[in-house]
Design a binder for this molecule. Structure first.
Ligand code: FAD
Ligand code: FES
Length: 253
């Protein structure tokens, strides 16, 4: 993990309210695993806390983070221009460990698709992916090409304006029997992960499932405990340091 002053290469809108920022790092940070994240400054001294964003792609010393406009921090970030410098701490967290899995079901909703895209990008052609990605509507859809390159893709939208009507979990459950998935990886809003966990239990699906959690964060490096989550064994875990990726059976959702 390194704290670096990165140069913005590009900062552009890729869907309604979704931006992609590419940063050139001044030095290598070693291998980045899909599901790891970066803590990025928004480039304004009155906002000292960095924002955690999944690393969506890494290409040499360039990394791309995709962000949804939410509060003050992300609205400041969209004003940053190519050539400006931002402080970034990375890579953080554990990322997805695919082990020996050959056929992987990917279930992503909203901004949860960004860390999953990094996994599919890295392993496209080497593993087979069945991806189910959900958006509120067509105008928010992005990165479909990345998931399509990894294997079979189903897009779901809440309003039915693109792909199948419904959410990513529903799309996955409708198609699960047509896959030979030996691993499920997922990232999305808490309500989506809860729905996935209870559906797996109700249907007796025992395939290993890894989920990436999102919690409010402070330091991002395991020191402040702001990001604590509850484990099923009664202990707490730090999402930033022990996660953000956990076995779905290991955490309370
Ligand atoms: C591991 C991880 C990976 C993430 N990856 C992405 C991603 O790839 N793309 C993306 O759009 N968003 C991602 N998020 C959520 C993103 O961090 C928040 O949307 C962002 O910090 C909001 O900042 P803001 O200043 O615009 O919002 P505000 O609500 O004004 O933020 C106020 C404070 O709360 C924190 N905060 C607010 N919402 C969240 C949240 N959901 N998770 C964590 N901290 C939050 C902010 O960092 C900030 O410190 C990720 C969160 C985590 C924990
Ligand atoms: S954000 Fe500080 S311990 Fe996780």
């Amino acid at each position: 993990m390194k704290e670096l002053l990165a140069t913005i290469k590009q900062n552009k809108c890729i869907a309604e309210g979704i931006w992609a920022i590419t940063l050139t790092l001044p030095e290598s940070v070693g291998k980045i695993r899909g599901g790891q994240f970066a803590n990025l400054s928004v480039g304004d001294g009155s906002f000292p806390l960095k924002r955690p964003l999944g690393i969506c792609s890494a290409d040499g010393d360039d990394i791309t983070l995709c962000y949804q406009l939410k509060g003050d921090g992300t609205h400041l970030l969209l004003q940053r221009k190519a050539g400006e410098k931002l402080s970034v701490l990375l890579p953080l967290g554990n990322g997805f460990d695919l082990g020996d899995a050959k056929n992987i079901a990917v279930v992503g909703g909203g901004v949860g698709i960004f860390p999953l895209a990094a996994v599919v990008r890295e392993y496209a052609g080497k593993r087979n992916f069945y991806s189910y990605i959900g958006f509120r509507g067509r105008q928010y859809a992005c990165l479909e090409n990345v998931f399509a390159e990894g294997g079979r893709l189903t897009v779901a939208t809440d309003d039915g304006s693109m792909g199948v009507k419904g959410n990513a979990v529903q799309a996955f459950l409708a198609d699960y029997k047509n896959t030979d998935a030996d691993l499920i990886i997922s990232c999305g809003p808490p309500v989506m992960l809860r729905a996935l966990k209870s559906a797996l239990k109700e249907r007796g699906i025992t395939t290993k499932c890894l989920v990436s959690l999102e919690e409010r964060m402070g330091c991002g490096i395991g020191a402040c405990l702001v990001c604590a989550c509850k484990k099923t064994d009664g202990h707490n875990a730090r999402v930033c340091k022990d996660g953000p990726v956990f076995d779905i059976d290991e955490v309370e959702l």
